[in-house]
Write a protein that binds this ligand. Sequence first.
Ligand code: SF4
Length: 370
Amino acid sequence: MDETPLGRIMAGIYIHIPFCYSRCSYCGFFSTTELSQRSIYVDAVLKEYQLRTDYLPKGEPVRTLYIGGGTPSQLTSSDLARLLRALPVAEAEEVTMEANPSDMTEAKLRAWQQMGVNRLSIGVQSFDDGMLAFLNRRHGSKQAKKVIRLAQDLGYTNISIDLMYSLPYQTMKRWEADIETALSFGVQHISTYCLSYEQGTPLWRLREKGVIRETDEDLANEMYACLCQRLKEAGYEHYEVSNFALPGYESKHNSSYWDGTPYLGLGAGAHSFDGKSRQWNAENLHKYLRDIMNGKVPFRRERLTATQQYNEHVMLGLRTCQGIAATDELVRKAQPYLSTGKLRIADGRIIASMEGINILNTIITDLMRE
Ligand code: SF4
């Protein structure tokens, strides 16, 4: 594989599409319902790309493109086509679009396919209509199932679905039913999210008022264990704490985040990494549009010290099934966890076991440098 001037493989491009038709009750991500700005926003993203072409090594092919949000499926097909035509992604190995089931029609799925989209990440979250309504998702389970089937019938061969657990009112039985429904489709990839209560969200307010209770930790751990077990039995590789893939279908784009490969992030709120520093664009639609149109990218940057780079490597590496190289320093610090089976060493690498994953944040903190 080619390497960048930094000596690393260039991951690719991430584009943030911050528009959502409505807001989900748990959502703490940067997004906006100002849909009237979508086309202008695409103009701005293209201009940002022009302003930042030097971020990508010259002549280097882009391996992956990931369009996330927000809700990228809120883009019109013509705006998406403009984006894809202008970016150097014709040879990309993986072009992912996040899709909200409510937006997806046969015509849109066909159009995306023709434009080169070869991986779908469908925001299913749950196949339980009660849960979906509680989360204020726009779609119902019938619609999600229909979109998955339609995409499969149209020849999409790399489909990921998102599932959420540890939701209020979600029993083990309801969670198991979600897992079984997901497995019945034989999709290539499943990403899971344990619900977190983000300050200021409707869900957070309900918890503050005592209307809902957070799922207790034992049940959340049990749900996670059940997920890992069932997906393993079904042939999925648990390649990252929250991600499972049939062999060969690990997300190339996200895998590069976890192994510290550089990438360029375009759009309001998008993050970039060049191997030595992280930078993030302003999470403000109007500031982003105004600044970009004035030829300036509104971003902040943090240069990572050697210690920060090391700690990131530990933090991201331990989340993956490949773990991190078992250096003397790490083996010494990891001793309490190695002796209790929360970490293990295989092929010279330290890897977290299931028990270790349940307390991963504590382990990571103990293995970091000060
Ligand atoms: S669709 Fe995604 S980004 Fe938009 S409100 Fe819902 S969770 Fe947030």
